[in-house]
Design a protein around this ligand. Structure first.
Ligand code: C5P
Length: 206
């Protein structure tokens, strides 16, 4: 079984996808980390983020970035990721890895932007997670403050809106709800309620 969890930045996809994977004993893939790894390599090597060829070459080297690299979680890396994610060669280079992962047994949960639409249109359960921009920015702000970063809520909100627009506006695999995806608005649901709602849909397909 493949479970696709898509949605905009900081909607709560990662937390929900991890909880689903834990509950059902499925493998979990954070596909954003692949784009972040490309963005991080570009930043580390001082490449121009709009250099299509350099980014495509970096996509072949994502295995060099440790999942534990703290640079992966930085805001600057997220911004770089959303720029290189616009590059169709980067997307094509990362596609096969994601598809192979998706077919691992006994099941998988993938979170990202285009899992239900492009990577795994055949997924048995598709969830599209949203929340208002203000709530998502507030969560990201609280998370960064808790980690000891000094950031401004307004900068986070502005940055999040730019990333949303970039992810929704690109021509290759834009962020959008698959027609057969179930919408979960986490502005109104806490993680336990979201997990319960997802579990009902999954249990129906097991
Ligand atoms: O999910 P996360 O915020 O870590 O993803 C970082 C960036 O990678 C996103 O802003 C998006 O542009 C890109 N991404 C994507 N497709 C995915 C996952 C992430 O384009 N499946």
């Amino acid at each position: 079984m493949i479970i696709a969890v898509d949605g905009p930045v900081a909607a709560g996809k990662g937390t929900l996808a991890r909880r689903i994977a834990e509950k059902y004993g499925f493998h979990y893939l954070d596909t954003g980390a692949l784009y972040r790894a490309v963005g991080l390599l570009m930043l580390k090597e001082g490449q121009d983020l709009s250099d299509v060829e350099a980014a495509a070459n970096m996509a072949a080297r994502v295995g060099e970035v440790s999942p534990e690299d703290p640079g992966l979680r930085e805001e600057s890396t997220g911004g770089a990721a959303s720029i290189v994610a616009n590059n169709s060669e980067v997307r094509a280079a990362l596609l096969q890895y994601q598809r192979n992962f998706a077919h691992r047994k006994p099941g998988t949960v993938l979170d990202g932007r285009d899992i239900g639409t492009v990577v795994c249109p055949e997924a048995e359960v598709k969830l599209f997670i949203t929340a208002t921009a203000e709530i998502r920015a507030r969560r990201r702000f609280d998370e960064l403050i808790a980690k000891g970063n000094s950031v401004s809520y307004h900068d986070i909100l502005a940055d999040l809106k730019i990333r949303d627009a970039r992810d929704q506006g690109r021509t290759t695999a834009p962020l959008k709800k698959a027609i057969d995806a179930h919408l979960l608005d986490t502005s109104k649901l806490d993680i336990e309620a979201a997990l319960n709602a997802a579990s009902v849909l999954i249990d129906n397909r097991l």
